[in-house]
Design a protein around this ligand. Structure first.
Ligand code: PRP
Length: 213
């Protein structure tokens, strides 16, 4: 990895591995694929938010009053990279239902593999809250890196990136371009093929989510 250091975490969990096997399976239809993405998104969100700053407050149970840990900050905003990030977003929202939502449209050119931004809508308090950025695939890393650049241009300095499948090339791109952005992935795969697909991967997450080609 050139240029910088980034925190890259693959949480080890039997339920996560089990869902990844189903998600990768080429015979899994779109409805099951979306459900699995949401469940994986929920598991990754739990892992990626474990270190949110905490304080304590008095809580009175039916029996006594205790000091109990609670969040010291507002929950981060959730920002999905379209389209496939929508699948992860659904799961992340189950864990943080009150978190504000943003969308960033990124389409990767199939030939040049360069990302093109086609929309950006962010919650007004995203800079104060920080952002959890969601995209199932970290292939070349171009889309995620461009999305992080746009978020930083919007004044957002705290970004956590959640992906399902990461290629070493994408992790290296993030380390070089955004070493301050920690990354969580459900799996680190072998690498990219000549067409820029992650191997063994799971195919095109957007197409498998929405049944397109
Ligand atoms: C895919 C994927 C990522 C991106 C990864 O999206 O969901 O956003 O490509 O590739 P990269 O790391 O090389 O940039 P795509 O552009 O196909 O859009 P879609 O989600 O609408 O299908």
């Amino acid at each position: 990895m050139s240029g910088g250091v980034t925190s890259f975490t693959v949480p080890r969990h039997a339920l996560l591995d089990h869902r990844m096997a189903e998600l990768r399976d080429a015979t899994t239809p779109p409805a099951a694929f979306r459900r699995l993405l949401a469940e994986i998104g929920a598991i990754l969100t739990v892992a990626a938010t474990a270190d949110l700053p905490a304080t304590s407050r008095a809580v009175t149970t039916p029996l006594e009053t205790i000091q109990h840990p609670v969040l010291a900050v507002a929950e981060p905003a959730l920002v999905a990279i379209l389209r496939a990030g929508l699948g992860l977003l659904e799961g992340a929202q189950r864990i943080m239902p009150a978190a504000p939502i943003g969308h960033i449209g990124m389409a990767r050119n199939e030939h040049t593999l360069q990302p093109m931004e086609y929309m950006l809508r962010l919650p007004p308090d995203a800079a104060e809250r920080g952002v959890i950025l969601l995209d199932p695939m970290l292939a070349t890393g171009g889309s995620a890196a461009a999305a992080c650049t746009r978020l930083k241009q919007a004044g957002i300095t705290s970004i956590r990136l959640l992906v399902v499948v990461a290629a070493p090339e994408g992790v290296a791109t993030m380390a070089a371009a955004h070493p301050d952005v920690p990354v969580w992935a459900a799996a680190l795969d072998r690498g990219l093929n000549a067409q820029g697909f992650i191997m063994p991967g799971l195919g095109d997450a957007g197409d498998r989510c929405f049944g397109t080609e």
